[in-house]
Design a protein around this ligand. Structure first.
Ligand code: RP5
Length: 162
C-alpha cells in the first residue's frame, strides 16, 4: 500500500461539506491521503502530535480547513515544516471572512499557503498539493496537464443564450 502523501485535516465534522472537495480531487488524482477531524481548540494535543509526526511519516503536504477563529492551519505550521495549505471554511456569522483573516495573516517566519473561502479553496488546495507532488512525478504531471486541458476545452465549449 502507498504511504500517505497528503493529510486533510478539519476542525469539525461540520467542515466536511467544504473539505470533501479537497478529498475528491485527491481521489481523482490517485493521491494516497487521509482525512481526519483534528480541532485546534478542542484537541490541541492531538493537533501537535499530528504535526510533530507529519514529516517522519513522509507527508508532503497538509491541507487544513477551519472556520471562525481558525487556528488549525497556523498552529500545525508552527510545529512542522511540511507545507500547510489553509482553507478558510465559511462561518455562520461572518461568512468565512473571519476564517480567511485568521489563516492568511500569519506573522513572518511561519508560512501557511492560504486559499479561497469555501469549496473552491478546498479544491484548489488539493490541486496545489497535486502540483507540488507532480514536480517529482512525471506521470502525475501528465494527469495534471490533462486535467487543465479538459478544463480549457470545457470553457471553450461554453455557450451563452442567443
Ligand atoms: C471550527 O469551528 C471548525 O473548523 C468549524 O468550522 C467551526 C464550528 O465547529 P462546530 O461548532 O460546527 O463543531 O473549529
Amino acid at each position: 500500500m502507498n504511504s500517505i502523501q497528503v493529510g486533510v485535516l478539519m476542525g469539525s465534522s461540520s467542515d466536511w461539506d467544504t473539505m470533501q472537495h479537497a478529498v475528491q480531487i485527491l481521489q481523482d488524482f490517485g493521491i494516497a491521503h487521509e482525512a481526519r477531524v483534528v480541532s485546534a481548540h478542542r484537541m490541541p494535543d492531538d493537533m501537535f502530535s499530528y504535526a510533530e509526526a507529519a514529516a517522519g511519516r513522509g507527508l508532503k503536504a497538509i491541507i487544513a480547513g477551519a472556520g471562525g477563529a481558525a487556528h488549525l492551519p497556523g498552529m500545525l505550521a508552527a510545529k512542522t515544516v511540511v507545507p500547510v495549505l489553509g482553507v478558510p471554511v465559511a462561518s455562520k456569522h461572518l461568512s468565512g471572512v473571519d476564517s480567511l483573516h485568521s489563516i492568511v495573516q500569519m506573522p513572518k517566519g511561519v508560512p501557511v499557503a492560504t486559499f479561497a473561502i469555501g469549496a473552491a479553496g478546498a479544491a484548489n488546495a488539493a490541486l496545489f498539493a497535486v502540483a507540488l507532488l507532480a514536480s517529482h512525478d512525471p506521470a502525475l504531471r501528465q494527469k495534471l496537464d490533462t486535467f487543465r486541458a479538459q478544463q480549457t476545452a470545457a470553457a471553450r465549449a461554453m455557450t451563452l443564450p442567443a
